[in-house]
Ligand binder design. Sequence first.
Ligand code: SF4
Ligand code: SF4
Length: 244
Amino acid sequence: MSTDPRKLPIHADARHADVPLEEKQRLFDEVVADTRYHDTLYGCYECGICVAACPSARFYDFSPRVFAQTLARKDVHGFYELLVDSVWDCSQCFSCTRCPRQNSPGGLITIMREVAVNNGLQSAKDALAAYSRVIYKVMSTGTQVSPDMLQPDFFPDWGPDVQAVSDNLETWRRAIPTETLHTLELAWDVSEKTRVELFLIWKLTGNFDMIEKIDESSYLILEEIMEELLEEHGYDFDDIESII
Ligand code: SF4
Ligand code: SF4
């Protein structure tokens, strides 16, 4: 790991306990068993093209090549180290898909993140804790970060400009020509029909259940909101699979 403070990983302060080899192997096997896995890794020339294209590699002690090589070598210890740390430094931009071997390190990382979340790893909880408000907002309203979240104590890492924005939020929003954007609690208005569709997609794809693994209290609040709206529209929340 680099000692250059400008290139420390996002979660450099996180310390995660080691686990027995069998547990690392189990997690590794879960990644390999994913149906997408064999379309993301075909070996590695060690050419470094993915590293040159990767924005995260510029700012963190992070390398998409290391992911490709570690998994191709079936290095289970190295895999576990990536799983509990570097896996959260990827921007998921997929610039690395220009790999001449058709690898997708970003795709490998997507699978690894899902395995980390589905197994409720503490490292995943720590990495995603800062996003709990965003996840809650997206899943409850169907829109992304809302203006009223632009407060310095919500996002201390956004710098001093956040204070100026939050002080004049109402004025900024009213200056936007489109009337439906004059709200503070929503990024924009989302129709009830769209929210029902989003809730069904999240529920049926298992995305909603993933929230329970990393943030149970948000899950319980969201469950209540979704259940109420879906049942208003005639869906049985506890037997949602029956609509397929
Ligand atoms: S998807 Fe991740 S690994 Fe690939 S280029 Fe983007 S940041 Fe780098
Ligand atoms: S671009 Fe592909 S082949 Fe080259 S180092 Fe990255 S993963 Fe390996």
